[in-house]
Design a protein around this ligand. Structure first.
Ligand code: HPA
Length: 278
């Protein structure tokens, strides 16, 4: 089966659970951020296990569920949890859920994640809008024969994070008095956290935050012509920049969960603000 057939099978399974529902905006919720899905109303939930080809996320705080519904007045599809390369998933599997959202009708997708900050002034607890990314992994979900049904062989990444969506996110943030930092996200595939030397290197390359996701999905969505926005929840200062305490996944989860409310406020305000451009 080609990948396009896999995606079609996923679309059909979702269609049969929610006949006629056409989401316009997709949202991917990262580690610890699952509670954001509570802001969605008129919901239909579909477990990833019931969607053929959807990988099961192993990280325990990830629900592994697609939630369809409305955010404000915008029809949305929310991926509650994602699969990561560090779990051993192939990149084609990691990006299949977002490709499926695109095929369902989403013309814009907001990718969220937990990330470590490289700028001490952007402390844990802050939200950072992603302006651009650095793909440190050397991996790319488009490696291999091109899938012309999805997009072109070579794709432009000059404005990978859509300027219009970024404008709308900034406006939404000021409307609800949320302080939104901006910066460049660097993908480090993990599962080990970075060394302090790597963090110094990323900083000199121009990175502002580091995390283990988001970049593959962004590339796959741009391939399909979908507009992308990205929000990092800053859960910690990156290795070597904090108090010297060891980085710990459980802390990342706790901090992420504490920020889910803030992120939900931003996403709801964005849906109100951006409805005319979605
Ligand atoms: N590094 C990589 N991934 C992360 C971090 C980090 O410091 N914090 C949350 N996810």
């Amino acid at each position: 089966m080609t990948e396009v057939v896999h995606i079609q099978a996923a679309v059909e399974a979702i269609d049969s659970a929610a006949a006629g529902f056409r989401p316009r905006l997709g949202i991917v919720l990262g580690s610890g951020l699952d509670a954001c899905a509570d802001a969605v109303t008129n919901t239909v939930d579909i477990s990833y296990g019931d969607i053929p080809g959807f990988p099961r996320p192993a990280v325990d705080s990830h629900a592994g569920q697609l939630r369809l519904g409305t955010l404000g007045d915008v029809p949305v599809a929310v991926l509650r949890g994602r699969a990561h390369v560090y779990e051993g998933h192939a990149l084609v599997d990691v990006v299949r859920p977002v490709r499926t959202l695109a095929r369902l009708g989403c013309t814009s997708v907001i990718l969220t994640n937990a990330a470590g900050s490289l700028r001490p002034a952007v402390e844990p607890g802050r939200l950072m809008m992603i302006t651009d990314h650095i793909n440190w992994s050397g991996l790319n979900p488009l490696t291999g024969p091109n899938l012309p049904d999805l997009g072109a062989r070579f794709i432009d990444m000059t404005t990978a994070y859509d300027p219009e969506l970024r404008r709308q996110l900034s406006t939404a943030a000021s409307r609800v008095r949320l302080d939104l930092a901006e910066g460049v996200y660097c993908w480090y595939p993990g599962p080990s956290f970075e060394t302090p030397a790597e963090i110094r290197a990323f900083k000199s390359l121009g990175a502002d935050a580091v995390g283990m996701s988001t970049v593959p999905e962004c590339i796959a969505l741009r391939h399909m012509g979908v507009r992308v926005a990205g929000i990092s929840t800053i859960t910690n200062l990156a290795a070597g920049l904090g108090t010297g305490a060891a980085l710990d996944h459980a802390d990342v989860m706790t901090k992420g969960a504490a920020m889910a409310d803030k992120l939900a406020r931003l996403l709801s305000a964005f849906a109100r603000e951006a409805i005319d451009v979605l």
